[in-house]
Design a protein around this ligand. Structure first.
Ligand code: DGL
Length: 275
């Protein structure tokens, strides 16, 4: 199944938002090759039932395994929240890394007050996956709450990442969270798209809380876990140059411009696949 150290890391997301995770991976692990699958024909996952998200996720993982990947990274927080268990049961021969555990672990380390907020899609928040992971790493003393912020996804896709509309939407969502968690000093960005809006989210949440709040980018935290797993399994790439990035999508409409924005660099070839 795995093709050794020079095999690529397989990453999938419901769409192209997961390219923010690829960006974090390529920054930390430049010599690793990445095969990315964006299920753009079936995005969004954040509004779908757990059964559907599990079915789509298993499909995506099978496609990537067919490309000989050495590890699976579930960039989609919604899929990480609902389908990670099923994926680990199905694909036992390969490490499967999600976003939730790394994000929760980083948040517990960062928080001094023990009061931690999470924002994500409705499916992610309703799954309570971050709550379980925060308890696992932080114990019963962690105080947490979550708020779904679905409009952030559309804003990021439209390239509206700052200005009055974003500020208004951010205030509307975050004031509910801050009113329930007045001591919150750490906020997890539990969705692929939210890092693009991090400046506005940061300014708004600190203004509402009246104190410093650390933002945790789940994708960056997951990249560090990927790095550790590459070492612990002895499967880190040994090449000296930059690894390749191969991007597959299930629908090509409006991909290039938005995808480049998420990746932080120009997207190369995009291949359309039917899975
Ligand atoms: N990729 C999804 C996530 O991180 C956001 C977009 C969607 O709803 O599919 O939860």
């Amino acid at each position: 199944m795995s093709g050794g150290n020079e095999a690529p890391i397989g990453v999938f997301d419901s769409g192209i938002g997961g390219l923010t995770v690829v960006r974090a991976l390529r920054r930390l692990l430049p010599s690793e090759s990445v095969v990315y699958l964006g299920d753009t024909a079936r995005v969004p996952y954040g509004t779908k039932s757990p059964e559907t998200v599990i079915r789509y996720s298993l499909n995506n993982a099978r496609f990537l395994l067919g490309r000989g990947v050495k590890m699976l990274v579930v960039a989609c927080n919604t899929a990480s929240s609902t389908a990670l268990g099923a994926m680990r049961e199905h694909f036992t021969g390969i490490p499967v890394i999600g976003m939730v555990e790394p994000g929760a672990q980083a948040a517990v380390l960062a928080s001094k007050s023990g009061s931690i907020g999470v924002i994500g899609t409705r499916a992610t928040i309703e799954s309570r996956s971050y709550e379980r992971a925060l308890r696992q790493f932080g114990g019963p003393s962690v105080i947490m709450d979550g708020e779904p912020c679905p409009l952030f996804v559309s804003l990021a896709e439209e390239g509206i990442v700052d200005g009055p509309i974003v500020d208004l939407v951010a205030r509307r969502y975050l004031e509910r969270l801050v009113s329930r968690l007045p001591d919150m000093d750490t906020l997890i960005l539990g969705c692929t798209h939210y890092p693009l809006l991090s400046s506005a989210i940061h300014a708004t949440v600190e203004d509402l809380a009246g104190h410093e709040v650390t933002l945790i980018d789940s994708g960056e935290s997951a990249a560090r876990v990927v790095s550790d797993v590459l070492d612990s399994r002895g499967i880190r790439s040994t090449r000296n140059d930059r690894g390749e990035l191969t991007v597959y999508v299930t629908d090509t409409s409006h991909i290039r411009e938005v995808g480049s924005r998420f990746l932080g660099e120009e997207l190369g070839d995009i291949r359309k696949v039917d899975i």
